[in-house]
Each structure stands twice: as C-alpha cells, then as structure tokens.
Design a binder for this molecule. Sequence first.
Ligand code: SF4
Length: 408
Amino acid sequence: MKIGFCKLQFGLAKWEINYDLSITNYEKMSNIQPILDKVLDGERMTAEECTTLLESNDFVRIGLAADEIRMRKNPKDIVTYIIDRNINYTNVCNVVCTFCAFYRRQGKPDTYVHSIGEICKRIDETIALGGTGVLMQGGLHPDFNIEWYEDLLSTLHEKYPNFQLHCFSPPEIHNIHLISGLDYETIMQRLKDAGLNSMPGGGGEILDDEVRKRVSTKCTTQEWLDVMRATHKVGLRSTGTMMFGIGDKIEHRVRHLQRIRDVQDETGGFTAFIPWTFQRENTALGRKITEEPTGIDYLKMLSVSRLFLDNIQHIQSSWLTQGLRLGQTALRFGADDMGSIMIEENVVSAAGANTHANEKELRYQIREASFKPQQRDILFNYVDREDIQKVDKSDSMKLKELSVAFAD
Ligand code: SF4
C-alpha cells in the first residue's frame, strides 16, 4: 500500500512519482527510534534489534546515534591513525578463497617468499617515515612450521626491539596447528615469546559457515574464534574484522557481530573492529556477485557495529577500500580511527582497492572533518613526533587540476 503520491508537470513532460513509503518501509523507519533510544540510554542491543537497524533505510538517524556513542567512548576532538606497512612475506597459499586475488599455488612461476633482508629493508623505510610497526601476513604456506615463524619474529625483535610486530591471522595460526599438531594456545604463547606484539583480525570475512564454506576452504568460524580466544588468553590483543558483500545476507552479518561481541565479553582482547566491503576485481567471486554493497551500506554497517559492539572501544574507518572521501565521512558515522597510512599493501589492492594517502593527506582529511589528527601505535598509545608541525605546514592540499568555467 502506497501512502505517498505526487504528480509533477514541466512543459510537455509529466512524471508521476510514487513515494516508496509502503506500510512495511514506514514501519521500518519509525521502529528504529526505540532501539536507538535504548542504546543511547546505555542498554545492550539484541540480535533482532540489530537486524531491524540493518534492514532500515534511515542510515542518517542510525549514524547520528553511532556518532553520539563514539563521542562518549573516545575523546571528542581526536581521530587516531597509525603509520605502518603491510608486508606479505609470501603469496604461496594452500587453500582457495574465491574472493582473493593475491594467492598463488606453490610451484607457480610468480610465487615469492621474502628473505629476512628484504623484510628488514622495508622496516627501515617504515621507521624513516615515522612508522611504529609492521602488519605482516602471508598465504598459508604448506611447508612453514612454527619454527619458521619463531625465527622470523625473534630475528626482527632482536634487530628492532621497540618496533611493534602486528602479525599473522587466525587462518595462518590454524595452518601452523595443522602442520605442527600444537594447540592454538601453545602456538600463540611461543609466538609471543618470540616477539609478537599483537595479531590482526584477518581472515574473518563473514563469521558464519553458511557463507564461509561457499567462498573459502580455510578455517571455520569456530576455529577463527578459538584462535582469537587463545590469542587473548596468552595476553596478546588483536583486532576484529568483517568483510561483507561476498554473498552474505543481513542475518549472517548479525551473527558475525554477535560472535565478535560474545568473544569480547569473555576475553576483552579486541582493541578495534574494522568492517569493509569485498573488493571484487581480479577475483573469481567478483565475476559472480551481482549485488555490491554501496557507500550507504558501508556507513550503515559501520554505525550499527559501533552501536552493537558496546564492548569494543575503537571502530576503524576503512579508507583504503572505501576511498578517502567516504573514509572521512565514516568519522561521523561511528568511527574514531582512520587506520593506517599503509606504506605498502598488496592484498586488497590486488582486488582493485587502489586508494593511496600519505600522512599529510590523511591528517588533512581528519582536520577537515573537524578533528585533531593523532598518531598512535598498534595498542592505541599516542605517539608524538617532533617533526609533525612540518607535516601539517600547509593546510590545503595541492590542486591537482584547476579548471575555470566562464559564464557569458
Ligand atoms: S585470502 Fe588468505 S587464505 Fe585465502 S587464498 Fe588469499 S592468501 Fe590464501
């Protein structure tokens, strides 16, 4: 049943516009306010309420509530970012993920494994740019036992004792478990002893096997969550992630959020949550997917994450996948962190995410969104550098192209 109808006539042209305000849509818009009020009053949202928000089209109202909660949880005037680098130590991988454009089968001509010398060269460059750490991940190499990872970490830790090693992901840990036969907790303790500082939440994608099994042969939902439990149990922190738009529906996204929130209730080990959308170029799955999440879907997912994950302090904007402008907009939709300068990135860029930014650009975007940019390390401690004034010297970015139109 339509409740809005409008006729417009301009000259010979005539349009009839039927507002899409069917009773169902109208109800969806009006019934979100009690949920938002409940969260703003400090109460916890249920999975059913989370579903209602994700089904709603009223993303502005959801975003306003998320912004309010973000302001309460983190300093109002500050948005943080980190300077680090992704080093993908190998592209050899023994599983198949149809959304991945990065992996290569062992024995193929374009496979690689970085030497320690190559990794050190990249770390030296990162330190020269004011970087505090490295995010290191790779494919699931069939021959790398735990000793390979321990050697890598201890060599780097010895050479760069104050440089943070934020490395691996649950699928890599599960792969070590399959090769070594060791349980997750023993693996994480040994990696911590070798110098690991924290773990990224990679390989989460959608934490629901109904979706995971269709797109990947790597670790299951339960295994991913159990690796995170073990990581937090040995005293390491990690991030939580979500990559949506891989054939998942709202119900799967809600279950994903619920599982992350439950683990956080148990362990308190997640520092931040980072949702982003599937990047489809050069992937097998990209050719099949017919519905791609839009900018509004992204902002809504980000806001709902902020509102549902009441036990996670930081929500990160993913400018790398969404572009700088939407990444900046996300700062008023619940995000308090702009992520990394990302001196090097190989995985999502292989799938079409080609946005780049240097520190000056990222700080500019943050300032223009009315926040003070603040560098942080991987554990969200503030990093203050003496040379930061030079980075901010000019407020406006260089005009790449100037076009002038004359009205005459
Ligand atoms: S996403 Fe990771 S585990 Fe999956 S194929 Fe790519 S490198 Fe391998």
